[in-house]
Write a protein that binds this ligand. Structure first.
Ligand SMILES: Nc1ncnc2c1ncn2[C@@H]1O[C@H](COP(=O)(O)OP(=O)(O)O)[C@@H](O)[C@H]1O
Ligand SMILES: [Mg+2]
Length: 262
């Protein structure tokens, strides 16, 4: 079992900066992620959301600052101090990463069942029947019919691919899932259904999630807390309802005002 205690952050970011040569990706970012909470990172294109997400998920080296992660055993480590093998192990077990483009998070030419089963094997599951049963169960949970288990994701629609990517990520019961615009590439009707499903799964599993989105409606639906970024900086942060209902910063007010009426 995980030693998750609600009174200690699972991830703490301190004064994180990432530069690309002379260009700032993100600068002086500090945040905490608590067990079981969904934190949304919002802001317009180019504001540094993806840079920040990739740095805090150890996918991109930071320029300075700290990213402290509380491991399953309760020990807190800076991700920079982990060996490459330890980082890879975390990425396969404790963490999930849901990409905007499912092709970046799936193996498109292996079966749906194998895409899910592969993650189980990475955590030591060896029994074929058991793996197949769990994979079938997870396909069901993301509303993919069980008779598609041997089909390759190349034969799936965009929405199905994204649901498969989510199953592949969640099957190992990660403690922390990073998502970068997970509904960004989908039709609006498909987006709504996927958001619903995501919200349900996140609540059922008690996941901690850091989700990047430029869509405030997505932040509203999924997150409890949010940070607003502009030009690589956090300009506002707080409880999602507070930020969206009573934005303090002029830029956040502008963003909120530009949400289309629905
Ligand atoms: N690989 C890169 N090389 C140089 N500049 C980059 C690179 N990736 C992002 N940037 C720059 O960093 C800033 C933040 O980009 P990004 O993190 O992709 O923002 P967002 O995800 O909010 O659209 C932008 O100015 C962008 O042009
Ligand atoms: Mg981005």
């Amino acid at each position: 079992m995980t030693a998750d205690t609600p009174d200690t952050p699972i991830l703490s970011v301190r004064a994180l900066t990432k530069t690309y040569g002379a260009r700032i990706g993100c600068e002086d970012i500090s945040l905490d992620v608590w067990p079981g909470e969904v934190l949304a990172i919002v802001g317009e294109s180019g504001s540094g959301k993806t840079t920040l997400l990739n740095c805090i998920s150890a996918r991109l080296p930071r320029s300075s600052g700290e990213v402290l992660y509380r491991m399953r055993d309760g020990e807190t480590r800076d991700l920079d101090d982990l060996s490459e093998a330890e980082r890879r192990f975390l990425a396969r077990t404790d963490w999930g990463f849901v990409h905007q483009n499912p092709a970046d998070g799936l193996r498109m030419r292996v079966s749906a069942g194998a895409n899910v089963g592969e993650r189980l094997m990475a955590v030591g599951e060896r029994h074929y029947g058991q793996i197949r049963e769990t994979a079938t169960d997870w396909l069901g949970r993301v509303e993919i019919a069980s008779d598609r288990i041997d089909d390759q994701p190349v034969a799936f629609s965009g929405g199905m691919r994204q649901r498969l990517q989510i199953a592949r990520n969640l099957v190992t019961r990660p403690r922390l899932v990073f998502m970068d615009e997970p509904t960004g590439g989908l039709d609006v009707s498909v987006q709504a259904r996927l958001l619903d499903l995501l919200r349900q799964l996140v609540a059922d599993l008690g996941l901690a999630v850091v989700i990047v989105t430029h869509d405030l409606a997505v932040a509203r639906l999924l997150s409890q807390r949010m940070i607003v970024m502009k030009d690589g900086h956090v300009i506002e942060s707080g409880l999602t309802d507070r930020v969206l209902d009573d934005p303090q910063h002029a830029y956040t007010q502008l963003l909120v005002a530009s949400i289309p009426e629905s």
